[in-house]
Ligand binder design. Structure first.
Ligand SMILES: CC(C)(COP(=O)(O)OP(=O)(O)OC[C@H]1O[C@@H](n2cnc3c(N)ncnc32)[C@H](O)[C@@H]1OP(=O)(O)O)[C@@H](O)C(=O)NCCC(=O)NCCS
Length: 175
């Protein structure tokens, strides 16, 4: 996938991204918003391991977000299986230095459109910690709809918190 999302580009990860991933991803503020499998601290070794995971994917579903040729984050989807095999969870993160400039919204909007255009997925969803107003807003701006609150479903950073489930269906009208 190579996408021009306006404020950023979405492109495949490559071996050259070890340093960029460790630089952009090594942040407590980023880690607090995502699943625990996202490393903290984000070392170059952790970056190499992630790149090996992506490299081994049969269908590559995780990509780099780039601004001015610099890696500033990541975006991807994880497809479910069995009866949920036509749905996937999306995830995204940005280096703190690039927050608040519309990059997250631009990346998710372009990525969502491209995933629906190039796969048979029927549904994309995201689970967001309830305090993560920026991510909720990004999802709403990209026409993901709030489907419910998963009470105390997540245990993150030493505490339980509620999660919000957002989803967008293939058939949702685009802007
Ligand atoms: C979530 C994340 C990707 C957002 O990226 P971003 O580029 O900063 O987001 P955008 O600039 O596109 O949009 C953020 C929106 O949230 C709003 N926002 C941000 N903080 C807010 C707050 N505390 N209260 C209300 N609105 C807030 C912004 O005003 C903006 O909305 P607007 O365009 O209507 O003004 C980024 O914060 C991040 O990487 N966080 C850590 C990882 C993470 O949480 N990932 C998501 C997991 S579900």
């Amino acid at each position: 996938m190579e996408l021009d999302a306006g404020r950023c580009r979405i492109r495949p990860f490559g071996e050259r991204d070890v340093r960029g991933l460790a630089r952009a991803g090594d942040s407590l503020a980023v880690w607090r918003g995502v699943r625990d499998r996202f490393p903290h601290p984000y070392t170059e070794d952790a970056a190499r391991k992630w790149l090996a995971v992506v490299d081994a994917m049969e269908v590559v579903s995780h990509f780099a977000i780039e601004v001015d040729r610099e890696l500033v984050g990541g975006i991807g989807y994880t497809r479910r299986n069995d009866v949920e095999r036509y749905s996937a969870e999306v995830g995204y993160w940005l280096a703190e230095t690039h927050w608040g400039r519309g990059i997250g919204s631009a990346a998710l909007a372009a990525f969502t459109a491209e995933v629906f255009a190039t796969t048979d997925l029927e549904r994309l969803d995201a689970v967001v910690f309830d305090w993560n107003v920026a991510s909720c807003r990004v999802l709403e701006k990209c026409d993901y709809r709030l489907e419910g609150v998963l009470r105390r479903a997540a245990f993150k950073d030493g505490a339980f918190c509620d999660s919000r489930l957002y989803a967008r269906l293939r058939s949702t009208p685009t802007r």
